[in-house]
Design a protein around this ligand. Structure first.
Ligand SMILES: Nc1ncnc2c1ncn2[C@@H]1O[C@H](COP(=O)(O)OP(=O)(O)OP(=O)(O)O)[C@@H](O)[C@H]1O
Ligand SMILES: [Mg+2]
Length: 257
């Protein structure tokens, strides 16, 4: 290891994290993904942007096994996960959040954190030792996302931004290496957007890879190392934020000109 590498606190890119090849998905006459081939690098904050309906969420759903692509393949760190179940994909180290926050509104914040790593039925069968360890971890993560004071509150009583932070906390419970966030700042107030951005930065500095779908361009441009732009179900342009920002193809896609 060189002196520079030793001193650097930035994550070292170890190569390709997630790679898709020709992903295609149609719903009746609507083509949601039109042969999307994308490579995301390990250790980076990657952004996936594009106009409404350009296939970003469908891409996430295919990659995480929530829906099956009609054609194409997905590999994660060299392993083919094209037809793997969401559970297996999660165990490989991919965590994700949803565009419409998925939490249990009538459960407490702590219960939501525990439910994120094991189904309730299993949880009840397991001994209290596991409970205690998970609760300790949940508390640490709740403190990290800044809502530990709300541990006993019902999730439905949290603000939307706090619910997003809870969902992110739940994603972190499984300690994924690669974290896919579908519009983490959507509908969130500016103070909490800053907190989410700082969390992403600090987790990335610890080595987590991010793939973030987001419409908030200021956030995308300040946060990302690499931006992929989707239009009509496939990438039309990619590169560092400064390049993508000035690419006429991107303006054309967004403005439809
Ligand atoms: N379950 C579904 N049934 C029918 N059509 C769908 C379904 N899911 C997505 N689509 C269509 O596929 C296209 C891509 O949708 P998708 O939700 O992936 O876009 P998106 O880029 O995430 O958009 P947004 O930025 O608005 O979230 C759209 O035309 C959408 O209407
Ligand atoms: Mg979407």
């Amino acid at each position: 290891m060189t002196q520079t590498q030793q001193e650097s606190s930035a994550p070292v890119s170890t190569g390709r994290s997630l790679e898709t090849n020709g992903l295609r998905k149609s719903y009746g006459g609507v083509t949601a993904l039109d042969g999307a081939s994308v490579t995301f690098q390990d250790g980076k904050v990657n952004a996936l942007i594009g106009p409404n309906g350009s296939g970003k969420t469908t891409f996430f759903n295919c990659v995480t096994g929530m829906i099956r692509a009609d054609e194409g393949t997905t590999t994660f760190r060299g392993t083919d996960i094209t037809t793997a179940s969401p559970h297996r994909i999660a165990r490989q180290g991919i965590g994700r959040s949803f565009q419409l926050c998925r939490i249990f509104p009538r459960m407490t914040v702590m219960e939501n954190m525990l439910a994120a790593v094991r189904p309730q039925s299993v949880w009840k069968m397991l001994g209290s030792a596991r409970d205690a360890a998970d609760q300790e971890r949940a508390r640490e993560l709740l403190a990290r996302v800044g809502i530990d004071h709300l541990e006993h509150a019902e999730a439905r009583d949290l603000s939307y931004g706090q619910q997003k932070l809870l969902e992110l906390g739940g994603v972190l419970m499984a300690d994924p290496d690669t974290i896919m966030l579908d519009e983490p700042a959507g509908g969130v107030n500016p103070a909490l957007i800053d907190r989410i951005a700082n969390l992403i930065r600090s987790l990335n500095a610890e080595g987590k890879t991010f793939i973030v779908v987001e419409h908030n361009m200021e956030l995308v441009m300040s946060l990302s190392d690499h931006v992929v732009v989707f239009d009509r179900g496939r990438p039309i342009c990619e590169g560092p934020p400064s390049l993508v920002q000035n690419d006429p193809r991107v303006l054309e896609a967004y403005l439809g000109i």
